[in-house]
Design a protein around this ligand. Sequence first.
Ligand SMILES: Cc1cc2nc3c(=O)[nH]c(=O)nc-3n(C[C@H](O)[C@H](O)[C@H](O)COP(=O)(O)OP(=O)(O)OC[C@H]3O[C@@H](n4cnc5c(N)ncnc54)[C@H](O)[C@@H]3O)c2cc1C
Length: 349
Amino acid sequence: MWVIVDHSGDEVEDVSLELLGQARDLADRLGLSATAVLLGDGVRGLAPLLGQCGADTVYLAESPLLSAYNPDAYAPVLTGLTRRQQPSIILWGATDQGRDLAPRVAARLGTGLSSNCTRVDLSEDGLLVMTRPVYGGKASCNVVCSQARPQMATLQPGALPVRRPDTGRQAQVIAVNVSLSAQNLRLRLEEVIKIPPSDLDVTEAEVIVAGGRGVGSKEGFHLIEQLAHLVGAAVAASRPAVDAGWAPYERQVGLSGKTVAPRLYIACGISGVNHHVVGMRDSRAVVAIDQDAQAPIFQMADLKIVGDLHELLPSLIERLRRLRQERGSAEDEEILRTLANVPSARQVS
Ligand SMILES: Cc1cc2nc3c(=O)[nH]c(=O)nc-3n(C[C@H](O)[C@H](O)[C@H](O)COP(=O)(O)OP(=O)(O)OC[C@H]3O[C@@H](n4cnc5c(N)ncnc54)[C@H](O)[C@@H]3O)c2cc1C
């Protein structure tokens, strides 16, 4: 049972820890071992956490040519390792890297891949049952790969909980021989440009501030952007806000836009029509601001704020600015943590 690890070089991405917890559980039920596969350069220091989060073994493939993600390098290393070790199941994060890499490896191995799953489980006869949304999220289907091996799935980040690390657990680290030649790499990384969270792709963002028709105007939408900037969130929009030209199409969430699953989704002036909700219903916590107490978005909100956003947002922005000046950004993080961990629905008028 393998998990291909996503990392930034210094830190393992949460999605890989989520997958490891799931892999541990499935491996125990199948009597298999759980293995984390770590590719990079100088990343051995990440192995202990992988062990603490459920891996029995860490395959460590290190090379300067693996220091940044490069499909020309990662795909052959993973394909070769898979051919040699013959895992039964491989789980990947449905991240930029996983979405790019998993199909390449699946094609080379001649096996199937179920992408963007929300769940995986086992059938009675021990096959991996991969659940993924279909028809724009209106339904989900279960996929099994009965013949080809390994069985492979990419899973949406945030779909599973992260298991608390067990500091008593240790994984055996096995170094993988990497034979790559720079001449065979058609891609070369020139530069990494970090983008501010507010410009992040909405599918990657941990926190999202979204505006809908209720925002009223392009000027009104600046409030959404200011709030997002202050709390390190990405900006998103409902379709009417995009149609009105207040936000670009790549920021649209919903049936004909993007599907997101952030830690926190702050919906401002969005009524909660199903076409929008299918794109954000996997958010871990939802804060909704709407002047209509009967707005459907409140049915799924953890924190409901009934009021005029043109009054609420400026005062919230002002308060966050003041707190930031007085106490630095720690206070904002405290507020976000509190909002993201709202345990049950309550109403604030
Ligand atoms: C095939 C198809 C695909 C679609 N795809 C998408 C999609 O991908 N994404 C999407 O979002 N929609 C999509 N739609 C459109 C969808 O049906 C809804 O029309 C849309 O989601 C509504 O957007 P909204 O909530 O911003 O606007 P509205 O439904 O008009 O809601 C605006 C809300 O703002 C509140 N409000 C107004 N003024 C204020 C104020 N001053 N303060 C606080 N609250 C206020 C109102 O009470 C209301 O609840 C699709 C539709 C179709 C037919």
